[in-house]
Design a protein around this ligand. Sequence first.
Ligand SMILES: NC(=O)c1ccc[n+]([C@@H]2O[C@H](COP(=O)([O-])OP(=O)(O)OC[C@H]3O[C@@H](n4cnc5c(N)ncnc54)[C@H](O)[C@@H]3O)[C@@H](O)[C@H]2O)c1
Length: 277
Amino acid sequence: MSGSTTRDEIRMAHKLGIIGLGYIGSEIINNLDQFIDKIELSAVFDIDKQKMEELAKEYPSVRLMTSITDFDDCDVVIEAAVQQVVINIFDKIVESKKIFIPMSIGAFITDDEIYSNYIALEKSQQQLIKFPSGAIGGFDAINSIKQIGIISAKLTTTKPPIVFKDQRFIKENKIVLSESERTKVFGGSAKEAAKAFPKSINVGARLALATLGPEKTGVEVYSDPTINKNIHEIEIQSEVGVYKFSFQNNPSPTNPKTSWLAALSIFDTFENRICVD
Ligand SMILES: NC(=O)c1ccc[n+]([C@@H]2O[C@H](COP(=O)([O-])OP(=O)(O)OC[C@H]3O[C@@H](n4cnc5c(N)ncnc54)[C@H](O)[C@@H]3O)[C@@H](O)[C@H]2O)c1
């Protein structure tokens, strides 16, 4: 062999930082070995110090970040915490030109400043923000339809009452979650939905960002005691055609509030949008 180095030999693994060591963050870490040599866990942060300490015992080489913005040595940052984290790190993420994978996508449409700053970014910078498909999909078709124009986009989400039980919107509006029947608990825009259910309706935000935006994308939310799945139905009207997508997600084996698919969507993001030329 000559002394020349092939491109494969010099390609470095992406250095990954994860903010949020709950269900999704842990799932990512536990399954990262499938991206060996491509993605290397470098640094983590969680507001819960015990979760950081436990991780340090298992992964002594991983650096414990001192704050949510302590990610200078990472080139890919995943947020798997809460909307406020996205809001607080957005400016630094943009300035530092990191690849950013946010899970709490609702932040992009509930916070007007983030939304307008995101929309105003240059295309190359916007492309560094990789919204995972999360608990839904069909974005290949949606992106194609968008070239001609979308007339209406609506998400109908149905989840078991346990998902809504302790949520502030339900309590403040004194909504009774029936123990026998499907009940409508919300109807409005994707922006209002992401504000009302900051932990549960990220899919509305994901759909809004891909279609008509926070105010013109419709969302209806139902509580249904007869199901043990998180169901998302999307309907898009366009001159290109009418499109209906239905996702019947099983909850994750370890967190009944999160759809299993949501964590898996990160691996698709890694495979097809990060570990590519
Ligand atoms: N995009 C989607 O389709 C989709 C689907 C499911 C969940 N989500 C969102 O992803 C996020 C993570 O979901 P999860 O199921 O892993 O939640 P989780 O509750 O299991 O974990 C969240 C973790 O974030 C930590 N945390 C909370 N506030 C923090 C802060 N200010 N700074 C640092 N860490 C903080 C918590 O201690 C916890 O360990 C949530 O916002 C959830 O709504 C998005």
